[in-house]
Design a protein around this ligand. Structure first.
Ligand code: FES
Length: 133
């Protein structure tokens, strides 16, 4: 059963869980692209745990779907920076922001993402895109 209160949302309201894939989506590899609330994300399988992160590298926007996963980190295919899957922290020596991560639950063979942060991000992008000056 989906636990609507766990893990906690992003602090902007109750969690809004969206089913994004079946747990067996990783048959072709540990990195699976998905689109949620208009945002391009990746599901990453590390050992037996699933993580959800943004798809574009925060450095120069490389597609992290072409990267690799090792040691609980996702490696960018372009300049080889890596990100902790747990919190998105970038590897030492880089000064750009961390990778955005999103809460995940796996229930009855289905993967759910808390879309609360994604919806807020979408609103932020929309507000930024509406400037006419
Ligand atoms: S584009 Fe990813 S590390 Fe530069």
């Amino acid at each position: 059963m989906l636990d609507r209160d766990a893990p906690p949302g992003t602090g902007v309201g109750p969690a809004a869980w969206i089913r994004v894939a079946a747990r067996d989506a990783f048959t072709a590899g540990p990195i699976v692209p998905v689109r949620v609330a208009g945002q391009a994300l990746l599901l990453v399988l590390d050992e037996d745990r699933v993580f959800a992160v943004e798809r574009a590298c925060p450095h120069e926007g490389a597609d992290l779907a072409g990267g690799r996963c090792a040691g609980s980190r996702l490696f960018c295919p372009h300049h080889q920076a890596s990100f902790a899957l747990a919190d998105g922290a970038v590897s030492p020596g880089w000064s750009f922001r961390r990778l955005r991560t999103y809460p995940v639950q796996t229930v009855d063979g289905e993967i759910y993402i808390d879309s609360t942060g994604l919806i807020e991000l979408q609103h932020e992008v929309t507000r930024q895109g509406c400037h006419s000056d």
